[in-house]
Design a protein around this ligand. Sequence first.
Ligand code: PFF
Length: 464
Amino acid sequence: MATDVGGSRTQAGRATWGSKIAFILAAAGSAVGLGNIWGFPTVAGQNGGAAFLLVYLGGVAFIGAPVMLAELILGRRTLRNPVGAFKALAPRSAWVMVGGLGVLTGVVILSFYTVIAGWTLAYILKTITGTFGAGADTAAIFADVAGNPVAAIGWHLAFMIITIAVVFGGVRDGIERWTKVLMPLLAVLLVLLAIRAVTLPGAGAGLEFYFKPDFSKVTGGVVLAAIGQAFFSLSLGMGAMITYGSYVSKKDDLVSSAAWVTAFDTSIAILAGLIIFPTLFYAGLEPGVGGAGMVFVVLTSLFGSIPPEPYGGVIFGTGFFLLLAIAALTSSVSLLEVTVAWLTDERKVPRHRAAIMLGGLAFLIAVPSALANGAVGWLSSLPVVGLDFLTFLFTIFGQYALVIGALFISLFVGWVWGISAAGEEVRVNDGKFPLGRTWAFLIRFVCPVAIVLILGQLIYSLIG
Ligand code: PFF
C-alpha cells in the first residue's frame, strides 16, 4: 500500500508507467488531440498566421511548460489524483476545490470532446467509401451526421465505449499499451499528409501565410488567444498532468519529461498547420474559416480534386480522419482517467466500475452537445449567449475553467506549498533541476500575472 510521508508517498501499490518513454508517449497522447489538429490551425488562421505562431511558441515556453512541470511535480509528489494531491499537501483547506474543479472539468470536456470525436469516426467511414467525390455537397453531408440525432448520439456512444475500453485496461495494459502504438502511427500519418499538402499546387501562399510574420497583426488579443490555446493543447489546468505525473516512477527525470511532452505537442500543432494552410490556399479559401466548418465541410470539399485523382482524396481524407480520431482517443482517455483516478483513489471504487460510471455520466451530459449542431434548434443557438451548446460548454470548461485551474496551480506551487518542496521532488533520486531558478521565477510571477490578464480578456470579450 502507498503510505503518507508528509505528502510524499512510497510508490509501492501505485501503478507506474513501464518506462520514461512510455510516460512521455502517454502524456503527449493526452496533449495531442483535436486541440492541435483542428484548434491550433483555427486559432492561428484567425489571428494572423505566422505572427501568431511566434507568440504561441513564446506562450508555450514561458507559461505552458512551467505549469506542465508544476502539475507533474504535484502528481509525482503525492501519487494521487488532483483532489487527493491537494488534500495531501494542504489538508483541510479550500485548495481541494482546485482538484474538484479539475475533476468536474474533466467530465464536462470529455462529454463534448467525444461528440466531435464521434463525427471523426463517421467521417473515416464516409471518406473510405468515396462519399467525397467531385461535386459532393459537403455541407449537406455534415448536416446528415452532426444534425441527425441518431447518428450524432450513436457515433458519440461508439467513441465513448472505445475510450472506456482503453481506460478499463489501466495504466500499463490500457493507456500505455495503446498510446505506444497509436502515437507513432499518428506521427507517420501527419508527416505523410503534410508532404501531400505542401506539394499541392499553390501551397506556397499557404506556407507564406504560416511562416512569414506580419508583426502589425500582433495585438493583446492575439497574445491571449495564443496562451489560452496553449493551455488546452497541453492538457493543463485540470490536473490531467497531475494524474499522469502520479504514475511516473521516482527514478524518472521530471524536467526533461516535461520538456519532451511540451515539444512533442507543439511540433504536432505546427505540423497540423502545414496540412491545413497549404490545403486551404490550394482551394483559394480564407485561412480564417476555422472550426467544424473548416474540417468537416471545407477540407472534405477538396477531397474530390486532390491529385492523383480519383484516389488522392480518398487516401488523404481517410488518413486525415483516422489521424483526428487517434489523436482524440488518446486525449479522451486521459480525460476519463483523471476522473477514474479520483474515484478509485478517494472512494476506493474499482477501476472497471469507475470507468463505466464516469464514462456513462459523461455520455449523458453530452447528449445536449450531440444535439447542438442542427438536431435541436434552440441547442444549436442558445438564447442570450447565441452560441451552440457545445461551443458554450467549450468556452466555460475548455477555456475559463482551465485558465482558472492553471492560475491556482501556479499560485499553490509558487507561493503556498512552495518552490523548495517542489525542487526536492524534482531532485529525488539525484534528479537534476536545470533552470530551476528560471522555473521558480516563471511559476511565481510570470504565469499568475499572464493568466490574470487572460482571464480579464476572456471576461471582457464575453461582456464586450
Ligand atoms: N489537449 C487536448 C487537445 O489538445 O485536444 C485536450 C485536453 C485533453 C484538454 C486533456 C485537457 C485535458 F486534460
